[in-house]
Ligand binder design. Structure first.
Ligand SMILES: C[S@@+](CC[C@H](N)C(=O)[O-])C[C@H]1O[C@@H](n2cnc3c(N)ncnc32)[C@H](O)[C@@H]1O
Length: 208
């Protein structure tokens, strides 16, 4: 059985499933009557004026790439905090919602990512032109482990005034750039595979 507590397992899984949506068990439509029953007990509850939904602060622990929090956001639940052990899925979800649900992080709000990823290959993503963050990087050596490999990096990205406007202006260009980088990576991988299979053939002919 896979190790569901291992962030690397989830990172790998979400990389492979990039662009897909997977809802474990129930969607919003299925749980809406239940939520209504629960929230009817609130003093500010109203069937017609749904502003009470904006007042709720919801923590979605282990959000994955499910569509549920997006459906809830669109139904008026604007304060949903989606967290996940996998930085890969958090980055994918941040991209997926950058335009239509940009209030996920308010101005002056901070996004924090705890990751094995080093600053050389992480910070560039937080500094993409559609984002207006100040980025602070910290290192934590996990208790009991001393080697450089074991270091965990913490990235704290604080959203600046004007971030939404900047996102609206630059998002299309960034999207294209990301697609191009993904194609380049695929080409590089297939070049490497080709090199390796040529090497295998020449190694095996040396043995014959
Ligand atoms: C079974 S999936 C559920 C995803 C989503 N909630 C859904 O219903 O479709 C479990 C999610 O929990 C995340 N996860 C596992 N351990 C976690 C932890 N300790 N803290 C936060 N998220 C965790 C995984 O990365 C994965 O996205």
């Amino acid at each position: 059985m896979p190790n569901y507590g291992d962030p690397q397992y989830w990172d790998q899984r979400y990389k492979e499933q990039e662009g897909t949506i997977f809802d474990w068990l129930e969607d919003y439509e299925a749980i809406e009557p239940l939520l209504d029953d629960i929230f009817q007990k609130r003093q500010d509850y109203s069937e017609t004026d749904l502003t009470w939904r904006e007042n709720l602060r919801i923590l979605n622990l282990g959000c994955g790439n499910s569509i549920l929090p997006e459906e809830m956001y669109d139904k008026g639940y604007k304060n949903i905090y989606n967290i996940d052990i996998s930085h890969v899925v958090i980055e994918q979800m941040a991209k997926r919602n950058a335009i239509n649900r940009p209030e996920t992080l308010c101005v002056d709000g901070s996004y924090m990512s705890i990751s094995y990823g080093t600053p050389e290959n992480r910070v560039l993503h937080y500094k993409r032109p559609h984002l207006k963050f100040t980025v602070s990087t910290f290192e934590i050596a996990p208790e009991g482990k001393k080697s450089q490999d074991a270091v965990h990096y913490v990235y704290v990205c604080k959203k600046q005034e004007g971030a939404e406007e900047q996102c609206a202006i630059n998002w299309a260009q960034v999207q294209q750039q990301i697609k191009k980088e993904e194609c380049d990576d695929l080409l590089e991988d297939s070049d490497q595979d080709e090199e390796e299979s040529k090497k295998d053939i020449s190694d095996s002919s040396k043995l014959e």
